[in-house]
Design a binder for this molecule. Structure first.
Ligand SMILES: Nc1ncnc2c1ncn2[C@@H]1O[C@H](COP(=O)(O)OP(=O)(O)O)[C@@H](O)[C@H]1O
Ligand SMILES: [Mg+2]
Length: 448
């Protein structure tokens, strides 16, 4: 039989029994052997769906990525396997690092793997890396798994603050935004609380929500409240902190972020300024923009990995700078406009901001009426300003007075709404770049 006939008959057999995992694996290996890498990749991904913990399949997927020059995807799969304790993957990772010219890291991984399992010795790698069995057994040289990162001052995520926190805010602390809360409840909170119901109806959970809107209107705050609502850990990452001028470092940082979040499941992983991934490719200090994006997408898709219990939210002030690849199903398939609070929401937010402060029958609605287009952050600034004025008075008179409505109204006169500038820019995108209907809710808000 020639190649094509072999592949065809394997495919036919699979159509008859699509659940036959060994058969699909065979097809994948055959495709790989004959150099049909993208097809092999597709079959392996299907295999992994059925057997997400299968080391051999994941390893073969890594090789398939490498064969296609998808270096970062290859590294992601291998590093995840290494994290799960696979020494075999560590050898493969060493091979990959060596092919990328990183002999030092390659040797380190290879030595660690050999120290754990001497049978993994590979003549070619030993020779090229100058590592032999004797040295591998030397305790001075063997790097103890897990301690490696601490020893290596330039490891992934070293400069990042990767400490998930418990969130003490909940939806009740967020003023307004009823529709958005509802959306998050449907997509994130309920699937978390009743995964059985979602499974019963064959509905896939997962996929993230991308929030956009003017600064200071509660995107970050709401993300944190989501974590509090489902009693999950909260890990907030500014994309600018992940990006690094060293080639490959951004990808490793991203991987470290996701790996940390997976370790702390259930976890709300929040990416702020996420547009920086695609946006400022020009002003980025290196040209790894595309690779970094691919890495991010691979992590989001959870290639060779389980993203269950991992909730991903992201925020941007500039959604128009984002690659459309982010919006595919299973990724950020909901893009939601976070508007400045309307009048009742402003009254709500003021009430929340004033809670616990000395006050006297404050008419929050009256202040809400005078603060059109104010963001939540603007309202916060307004309250701070009023309090400072009060403090000045108290210092002079020696008598502390409670805050009154007129104090806040006076502060409102001095405080400016900061959302106008954003809307001036956004309007142009709604008018001239809304083909996909992406900004329809913003369009409705602006009554265009
Ligand atoms: N809807 C809201 N309810 C309560 N407080 C809010 C709201 N929106 C903004 N704030 C206040 O303003 C601050 C800044 O908001 P933030 O979430 O950082 O805005 P964004 O991420 O949209 O730029 C918050 O920490 C919070 O104190
Ligand atoms: Mg924010």
């Amino acid at each position: 039989m020639d190649t094509d006939a072999t592949i065809r008959s394997l495919r036919e057999a699979l159509t008859a029994s699509p659940d036959n995992l060994p058969l699909r694996r065979l097809l994948a290996d055959t495709l790989f052997a004959y150099g049909h890498y993208p097809e092999a990749e597709a079959e392996l991904l299907l295999c992994l769906k059925r057997a997400p913990k299968d080391e051999a399949i994941a390893l073969q997927l890594a090789r398939t990525y490498r064969a296609q020059g998808k270096g970062s995807a290859c590294a992601v799969v291998l590093e995840q396997l290494v994290d799960r304790g696979s020494h075999r993957a560590r050898v493969e990772l060493a091979r990959h690092l060596l092919s990328e010219g990183n002999a030092e890291a390659a040797a380190r991984h290879y030595r660690t793997a050999l120290a754990a399992d001497a049978s993994l010795r590979d003549a070619e790698l030993s020779e090229r890396l100058g590592v032999d069995l004797q040295r591998a057994g030397d305790p001075d040289d063997a790097v103890v798994d897990g301690r490696e990162r601490a020893l290596d001052g330039d490891g992934p995520g070293d400069d990042l603050n990767l400490l998930p926190v418990r969130s003490d805010v909940k939806f009740v602390h967020v003023g307004g935004l009823a529709q958005l809360k509802d959306e998050i409840r449907k997509k994130i909170v309920l699937p978390m609380q009743r995964p059985d119901l979602y499974k019963a109806y064959g509905k896939k959970t997962g996929g993230g929500i991308l929030m956009y809107g003017p600064p200071g209107c509660g995107k970050t705050f709401l993300a944190k409240a989501t974590a509090g609502e489902v009693d999950a850990k909260f890990l907030s990452i500014g994309i600018h902190d992940v990006l690094d001028m060293w080639i490959g470092k951004s990808e490793r940082n991203l991987h470290a972020v996701f790996a940390t979040a997976r370790k702390h499941k259930p976890c709300v992983l929040f990416f702020d300024e996420v547009d920086a991934l695609g946006a400022s490719r020009n002003d980025m200090k290196h040209s790894a923009g595309k690779q970094t994006i691919n890495q991010f997408l691979a992590e989001l898709d959870g290639i060779g990995n389980d993203n269950d219990g991992l909730l991903v939210l992201a925020a941007t002030n500039a959604p128009w700078h984002m690659d459309s690849a982010f919006r595919r199903p299973g990724r950020f398939d909901r893009v939601i406009f976070v508007p400045p609070p309307d009048e009742p929401a402003r009254a709500d937010i003021l009430r929340l901001l004033l809670a616990g402060k000395p006050q006297d029958a404050i008419d929050t609605l009256a202040i809400a009426k005078k603060t059109d287009r104010f963001s939540g952050a603007d309202l916060k600034a307004l309250v701070d300003r009023a309090i400072e004025a009060k403090l000045d008075d108290a210092m002079a008179s020696g008598v502390p007075e409670p805050l009154r409505t007129k104090d806040l109204l006076a502060a409102a006169k001095l405080q400016k709404a900061t959302t106008n500038e954003w809307f001036a820019t956004a309007k142009n995108y709604v008018l001239y770049a809304n083909d996909a209907g992406l900004y329809d809710d913003l369009k409705a808000y602006l009554k265009l």
